[in-house]
Design a protein around this ligand. Sequence first.
Ligand code: CAA
Length: 694
Amino acid sequence: MAAINDFVSYETQGTVGIVTINNPPVNALSQAVRAGIKGGIAAAVADDSVTAVVLACAGRTFIAGADITEFGKPPLDPALQDVIPIIEASSKPVVAAIHGTALGGGLETALGCHYRVANPGARLGLPEVKLGILPGAGGTQRLPRVVGVPMALEMITSGNPIGAKKALSVGLVDKIIETDLTEGAIAFAKQIVEEGRPLVKISEQNGKLEEARKNPSLFDDFRKSIARKARNFEAPENCIKAVQASVELPFAEGIKRERELFMELMVGEQAKAQQYFFFSERLANKIPDVPKDTPLIDIKSAGIVGAGTMGGGIAMNFLQAGIPVTIVETSQEALDKGIGIIKKNYAATVSKGRLSQEAMDKNMSLLSGSTELEDLKDVDIVIEAIFENMEVKKEIFGKLDKICKPGSILATNTSTLDINEIGAATSRPEYVIGLHFFSPANVMKLLEEVRTDKTSATVMATCMALAKKIGKVPAMVGVCEGFVGNRMLAKRGEQAGQLILEGAKVEDVDRVLYDFGFPMGPFAMSDLAGNDVGWRIRQGKGVTSPVADAICELGRFGQKTGDGYYHYAKGSRTPEPDPIVEDIIVKAARDAGINRRQVSDEEILKRCIYPMINEAAKILEEGIATRASDIDVIWVYGYGWPVYRGGPMRYADHIGLKNIYDDMLKFKAEHGDNWTPAPLLEKLAKEGKGFKDL
Ligand code: CAA
């Protein structure tokens, strides 16, 4: 085997030359890899002993894309968009041998090859849109030429990969190799030569574009179909324009257009924020005082206490991952109801065609119910998901401690209570942890994990790995009221409530936050979650909130009662402003001696967002969150913070901490000490720094 460079090698097997990329962990297309591919192809073309070439990867995956760490730095030659045409122009057929994931520039490289083979587990996709950009090395021009325009639009604007079987059915791969991939690819390459099959240059194939040429309205129809999902994002529109160029322009012109549209995005703030977020999500997996090689507990079974909405949703995550669950309720009736809801949820997914009946049956077969905590004695982890009452939780944890085998993890889904205290009710506080799922628990990606003063490294490492296994994105935080997410959310809620008293309309506050990019504003969210939830918490704490309380006293609990901060017509989820609510607000303002006034959209936004950022600064100072980017992960995945703004910390840095600090002082002068900047915010602002510098 000859080294082309440190990352790419060239060897021959009979008449086939094999170019192998070895750049762990994901064979990203760094400069050296691009140069190596170019060198490898040149070596094969110049090698008279070979008649065909296989492009393969060592390690766990085919090329997973451009090296994202090179983004934002001066470009280094050779560019990928110059290497791919070299592959396509090879006088000998080049076969890509795909295993793991062929993503982004990886799939674009494969599309430059004349043929593609894959093993059955391979996944292929163009996820650039998730990084705020578009496939910039010919992907938007070549993919539609292979799979047709509708499918290319879907793949490029969603960024979601497809599996090998599907790829075969749409012509994206030519063969699935069930045995050794490289051997199979070599055999396939030889076969091509023997059969005299052509060098398929995708750039020259126009057949699949014909249908779209006859139906140009296809693009506007597609725009409409993704409008809601793509709201405020810049990249999907450029993706559509680029695919449109593949239909309207000759290939070479289309490539130029793709580059322009790519560059437009690459220099934008959204792309930077989304790329920042990609690394933030991965960084959140790392806990500084938990070494990488910490031994893990093998979680082969789970128990859940409480078959309510949360408990049921949590169970579904485990079932989906193939982990058997025993769910425990106090009465058979409650248990049957909870299991019935899980079944109904799965059945709804089956009827939408997003889950097979077979998969549903398999999931349900992994679920068992019980009314006895004793039935949890052998499980590896228990997650308690009952109502928020410290005494009851302590009693349950005391019992679980005695019932569960030594070494099993005892977790609580509490969103408010002190988990140190819960842990102290057991003889194994080092096995106690908070696993805070977000509602609906089978859908929301975030898992806020809460370490106590005693939680062991093994338990933390196990729960971080477990999150990934059940399809969640974890972030580890410490104990405090509301932990990270809800503690910040409370600050936003306070201001939203204050703003409507001062004169902003409920629908104005919601509109400003919706336009900012949240899926909905705070009042619409409260109506969705149920206004009675907060009411009960306030009653428990003996605190009042005039408007919110008055709304609940009228039985306006939100969508479920047809009225809340808004009115909802029968069977509708569309919020309609309600004069009754405005009257309640006007009266409450009068009682509080507040002179109502016009409140600008800018003030609404700053007053909702800045207190959250200020609270986050305190959270960082207290060491409750490890790093600012973890807070961003929590807000994007748990609360729908728009990912194209990176998260609240990244947004704060974008606005500039000095600007935020100055505004905080102005608001303090008008509204009092609530607006005192956190010491960390003040320090960073005065030093001209951002959270990124911590
Ligand atoms: N560039 C640089 N580093 C990358 C990377 C990339 N494209 N993809 C992954 N990594 C790094 C991760 O940051 C992580 O690093 P640490 O171990 O230091 O945290 C490591 O590789 C492993 O990644 P994951 O933890 O994500 O591993 P996984 O097995 O769960 O997932 C994966 C593997 C599916 C490939 C996933 O990493 C992924 O989705 N990567 C991004 C793929 C992507 O977006 N490609 C398109 C790039 S843009 C492009 O290609 C533009 C173009 O057209 C020119």
